[in-house]
Design a protein around this ligand. Structure first.
Ligand code: ADP
Length: 159
């Protein structure tokens, strides 16, 4: 069984993430979308809220599971029988860091990283930009799944 992981913060999940997860799910037997619990970041949404949103928007993808983890992605991979990490690459600016991280992960644990080129529709898209624009009334309806848009509206109105 070929099981891969798409790790990240997903604060919140965007159409760019979902595009990568959907395409990975066509290629592999199982895709685990893993939310990193990172005490060094102040998120807009709690880990539980991020997990809820991910579960909701991946409900129709039968071979996609949602999980959370803390610590090293490669340790999560070892503990869950995952042989590869799938990452989306947006622009050259992603490349340096992602290449280093991929090489480190291979060096440390022999875990491969597979890069998927982003859908050009979402090449500019990041969770941070979505949050910034949503906070100040920007229209992000075409950039995030419906359930995420609803929560962004509530959170931004209350912020
Ligand atoms: P991080 O907290 O590591 O920045 P994110 O949750 O923002 O992670 O994203 C997780 C991963 O999803 C990224 O490392 C990248 O591989 C992928 N990704 C993020 N945004 C996009 C996008 N717009 N198109 C394709 N892939 C993306």
């Amino acid at each position: 069984m070929r099981r891969v992981v798409c790790p990240g913060s997903f604060d919140p999940v965007t159409n760019g993430h979902l595009d990568i997860v959907t395409r990975a799910a066509r290629l592999y037997d199982e895709v685990v979308v893993a939310v990193l619990r990172n005490p060094n970041k102040t998120p807009m949404f709690s880990v539980d809220e991020r997990l809820d949103m991910l579960r909701e928007v991946t409900r129709d993808l039968d071979n996609v599971q949602v999980a959370e983890f803390e610590g090293l992605t490669v340790d999560f991979c070892k503990a869950n029988g995952i042989s590869a990490i799938v990452k989306g690459l947006r622009a050259v600016s992603d490349f340096d860091y992602e290449l280093q991280m991929a090489q480190m992960n291979y060096n440390q644990a022999g875990v491969e990283t597979l890069f998927m080129s982003t859908n050009p529709l979402y090449a500019f898209l990041s969770s941070s930009l979505v949050k910034d624009f949503a906070r100040y009334g920007g229209d992000v309806a075409s950039l995030v799944p419906g359930p995420v848009l609803d929560r962004l509206k509530v959170r931004s109105a209350g912020a």
